[in-house]
Design a protein around this ligand. Sequence first.
Ligand SMILES: [Cu+2]
Length: 117
Amino acid sequence: MFRLTLLVAALAAALFIVSAQAATPRLTGEAGPGFSIEVTKAGKDVKTLKAGKYTIKVEDKSSIHNFHLIGPGVNKKTSVSFTGETTWKVTLKPGKYTYQCDIHVAAGMKGSFKVTK
Ligand SMILES: [Cu+2]
């Protein structure tokens, strides 16, 4: 009986961990290969998000661009020479977040989204 209780507790803990991970919304940040940069969620351009924890998969597709996310409590970037994928865990707070390529920000290679409570 004691063993069964332990097994049930272990299963419950495992399920809790799986559901907690599944509950973290996933975003995708994409820079390049052309002069484009975007943040999407389930394939749609992100305009507003609820505050909270997010996992963002960054796809930096060009060695002449980078992906830089700036906003309340967040300042993360890939290097310009870097090409490939990286994953960040971020906590977004209410406010405005800007993503940009640092080299081509003046050329309009940037975007933003709003985070609400
Ligand atoms: Cu660029």
